[in-house]
Design a protein around this ligand. Structure first.
Ligand code: SF4
Length: 395
């Protein structure tokens, strides 16, 4: 039987009202900030596509629209470039003539774009409620408290922070201030190699799975070399001895999308689709990664499918918007692509950027009003840049 393939025509219809209202909600306690001001166009407006195109044309070279791989089709059709978060931030920095960078992604990505672009460039996030649950799992206060715990244990001086790109600017700045580096899912191995040349152990933030998978799969460390620091427990839920003997101190954070794939999903798809190749993102749990045939970043996933032979079958463990687009794109080449889990799962915060919010942002800019600007304060930017530059200098 054919797997749950999603090869359907592009759906560029406006978002249902429920999601639009959800996108107007706010959570001031999280990294995603405050509520979206202004009047949004009605999601039922049949002219939304034409309005976005007209506003973008009016802005011309002044605007550059970035679209993360996990964005909706209705939004991605207006992206000047698509990619993962780091690629997008660099693309923005490479276009100093673009006064406005409209980032169709989530809050930490827009922060990174602001850090890497020039002072004259303004970064806009169409919906300020588009945060990231993983980035929210490590607040600046919690991480400072963790560092105090490591200091009291006498090991802060020999511990190197390595923070995943999917973290707030505050966490990136903490990393820069304390001799650490940022990593992406593509260069996590190189970042860990570098970190172990600088110190005896690594504090990996905020995704425990990427940290564990890279340490065990790529560096050959054992699961026993890794401990999980729980910011909601005294001392992280660990004894001083456990902290001292660990090689990897993993922050207790995870991606709510990739964390849902299970070993059962892998076993089930192998039974259902004989000969299937299982390809997953390293944000998945360790047992899923261990059972998969291929593991890599979103860019790796795309390249692997591009190179795959006709007639091959693939089950992909990453966000559903991307998997659907890949299924559509490769259906004509007779590559059968399905979602790894039986239950559909979008990244709900990525999905908050919808066509009404994009139209609102573009039309506001075309009228000379900068809305939803994401601006990192100079002190945070300075140290976050130190950590990002260490990553760029990785061998
Ligand atoms: S897919 Fe996961 S890591 Fe990416 S924005 Fe959504 S919750 Fe965050």
């Amino acid at each position: 039987m054919r797997a749950v393939t999603t090869a359907q025509p592009l759906d560029v219809s406006p978002t249902p009202l429920a999601l639009l209202l959800l996108g107007r909600e706010a959570d001031p306690g999280s990294e995603r900030g405050v509520e979206c001001p202004g009047d949004l166009p009605a999601p039922s407006d049949p002219d939304l596509v034409a309005r976005a195109a007209a506003a973008k044309a009016k802005l011309g070279d002044k605007v550059f629209v970035l679209g993360h791989h996990y964005q909706r089709d209705e939004v991605i059709q207006f992206a000047d470039v698509t990619g993962d978060s780091f690629k997008l931030a660099r693309e923005a920095a490479a276009r100093p003539q673009a006064e406005y960078i409209v980032f169709c992604g989530v809050h930490f990505m827009a922060e990174s774009a602001d850090i890497l672009t020039g002072d004259a460039q303004q970064v806009v996030l169409p919906d300020l409620a588009a945060g990231c649950s993983m980035a929210d799992m490590a607040s600046a206060e919690q991480v400072a408290e963790c560092w105090d715990v490591l200091t009291d244990a006498g090991i802060a001086g020999s511990t190197v922070p390595v923070s995943y790109m999917n973290s707030s600017a505050d966490i990136k700045a903490f990393t820069g201030r304390n001799g650490g580096t940022i990593c992406t899912s593509s260069n996590a191995r190189r970042a860990l190699d570098w970190a172990f040349e600088q110190g005896e152990r690594v504090l990996f933030l905020p995704d425990q799975h990427l940290g564990r998978n890279t340490a065990v799969r790529d560096l050959g460390l054992s699961l026993d070399d890794c401990v999980v620091y729980n910011p909601h427990k005294p001392n992280g839920g660990l004894t001083t001895e456990e902290l001292r003997s660990a090689k990897m101190i993993l922050w207790r954070g995870h991606c709510s999308v990739h964390g849902r794939f299970s070993l059962d999903s892998v076993n089930e798809v192998r039974e259902r689709v004989p000969g299937v190749n299982v390809l997953v993102h390293p944000e998945c749990r360790h047992e899923v990664v261990a059972a998969a045939d291929h593991v890599g970043s979103t860019e790796y996933i795309i390249k692997t499918l591009e190179a795959a032979p006709a007639g091959s079958k693939w089950a992909i463990g990453t966000e559903l918007n991307l998997v659907r687009r890949l299924a559509n794109r490769f259906a004509a080449e007779d590559k059968q692509i399905s979602f790894l889990d039986k239950t559909v799962c979008f990244c709900s915060t990525m999905n908050r950027i919808d066509l009404p919010h994009l139209v609102w942002a573009l039309e506001s800019l075309a009228d000379g009003r900068v809305v939803n600007r994401i601006q990192v304060d100079p002190e945070t930017e300075k140290y976050a840049k130190v950590a990002l530059e260490r990553m760029l200098a990785l061998p």
